[in-house]
Design a protein around this ligand. Sequence first.
Ligand SMILES: [Zn+2]
Length: 246
Amino acid sequence: MKTVEEIAPDVFRGTGTDVNFVLLRDGDALTLIDGGYPGDVTAVESAIRALGRRPEDVQGMLLTHAHVDHMGAIVAFHDRYGIPVFTDPTEVAHARREYLEQATGKDFIPMLHKHGVLPWLLRIARAGATRSVSVNAQAFTPGHPLDLPGGPVPVATHGHTSGHTAFHLPQHGVVVTGDALVTAHPLSKIQGPQLLPPVFDHGEEDTLGALDHLAALDADTIVPGHGPALTMPISAAVDVVRDRTH
Ligand SMILES: [Zn+2]
């Protein structure tokens, strides 16, 4: 299995336990967007080394949102190497675990009879899904390119969590959608652009509203938080999601 997939020049998708992370490269320097589960730290480190870089070469780490399946290596690398972490002003308190907007084990009990749910729960439990994680993140200003390798532009897509953010890479026509729009999930029977099952969303109404912010972007390559990358204009992907949701 490939450790990293080059989505666009210097834009790489890596995979943890049923979840993606993204590396942006600029010369020797890297930006890491999301970091899998706590148990995915080795997967993230392997991806970095496959690019001929070291964790210390990561200049900054970005969180689309502060769920445990996206914070793993972010927390580990912050603690080990002091690499700064940035997220939406609203998401900062979530990353610090001043509050928690995340489904817990009991939320999945009604779904246990469904195909694939139990194996998935066991898989993510092994990856550290029940571990409590927090990180002292700093706030960025949404809408402005960040002074980090790859020059990602945070796009406020609040809904899945109160401060969820996507990242636009205008020079490559790529959008990293996080969990605002995904292309597959072990708990979903369908492939292609879709929302996560509602159990994962903090605010379902807002999650639909956030799609407007994605649809307005100039991007034809989508790198989601879960599922494969997709070559499709983001506005068309949003149309597919809206059709499926009605
Ligand atoms: Zn997720």
